[in-house]
Design a protein around this ligand. Structure first.
Ligand code: CUA
Length: 317
């Protein structure tokens, strides 16, 4: 029956989302009947001209009132718990998984795999593996929507949002933009191609670029001159970036932030907004000088340094 009412489902959590939705509909239908059936009965029984007993009732109703307050309250809390549990599962990505970056713009989806492969309006993924997406927009708000995966996430300019899924069935699934974003919004779509792992490996290898994302980030890091201050023996003192990713960073003023994608992005575009403790505001902004794709590879590079430590003479200073 579910097949008749719901779109294709190709992820594990699609069934759970459908169950919640169906649960809400059944509970609503139950209450609809509970309220409207007696109402219809009374309308009929007490219609004009009918000799029904219309004298006032003289019983205490507090017991009834408590029941009809407490029971729906508990049910609502139950529904909240059910929905919240599912929401947390859907919103929190598992630690492992393949990573890809999505940059939305009017009117296309640009996708970069951590391995360096690029695609437009297509995303190839293997069956049974967790796929984590970090997404942003170049212009306006878009929404990344794959009905068959029960995945929908607004993609907002200026910040990173994440989404994850684990496709369980091979096939081609439609990707929509689900936020009106201008004249060609309805054409902004694409395909998610779910392949057996071996086919996916072949696909990755066949289109393999020279550099993965971190490698091209490293090249950019040098080309833009970042390495001048952040690495080597520059006179300008800037924080070393080895081992920074994912760690807490103390800021001037006592605040502590986590060095995640958003922090690195902000540090590149708005360097004055968060100064690392012990440093001065010496870095120029790169707003307008680096594209979203370049930012993504710079972040991938800094992430690749996460398990390295700065050279000895620097730490001993
Ligand atoms: Cu992008 Cu609608």
């Amino acid at each position: 029956m579910a097949r008749f009412f719901f779109p294709n489902s190709a992820t594990e959590h699609a069934g759970k989302v459908d169950a919640l939705f169906l649960g809400l509909i059944l509970i609503s239908a139950f209450y609809l009947l509970l309220i409207f059936a007696p109402m219809a009965y009374c309308l009929f029984k007490y219609r004009r001209g009918q000799k029904a007993d219309r004298s006032a009732i003289r019983i205490k109703t507090w017991k009834v009132e408590i029941v009809w307050t407490v029971v729906p309250f508990l049910m609502m809390i139950g529904i909240f718990g059910w929905g919240a549990t599912l929401y947390y599962q859907v919103e929190r990505p598992p630690a492992d998984g393949l990573e890809s970056f999505v940059v939305a713009k009017q009117w296309m989806w640009k996708i970069e795999h951590a391995e360096g492969n690029r695609e437009i309006n297509e995303l190839h993924v293997p069956i049974g593996q967790t796929v984590k997406l970090t997404m942003t927009s170049e212009d306006v708000i878009h929404s990344f929507f794959i009905p068959a995966f029960r995945v929908k996430q607004d993609v907002v300019p200026g910040r990173y949002v994440t989404e994850w899924f684990r496709p369980m069935r091979a096939g081609v699934y439609h990707l929509f933009c689900a936020e009106y974003c201008g004249a060609n919004h309805s054409l902004m779509g694409g395909n998610i191609v779910v392949m057996p792992p071996q086919d996916y490996a072949n696909w990755l290898a066949s289109g393999a670029p020279l550099d993965d994302l971190a490698k091209s980030g490293e090249r950019l890091f040098r080309d833009l001159g970042c390495s001048g201050c952040h690495m080597g023996s520059s006179v300008i003192r800037a924080p070393r970036l080895e081992g920074v990713y994912g760690k807490p960073v103390p800021l001037e003023g006592g605040q502590v932030v986590t060095a995640n994608d958003q922090y690195i992005r902000d540090s590149i575009l708005l360097p004055a907004s968060q100064i690392a403790a012990g440093y001065t505001n010496a870095m120029p902004t790169y707003q307008g000088r680096v594209s979203e794709e370049q930012l993504v590879s710079l972040i991938a590079y800094i992430k690749s340094l996460a398990n390295k430590s700065p050279p000895q003479e620097e730490t001993n200073r």
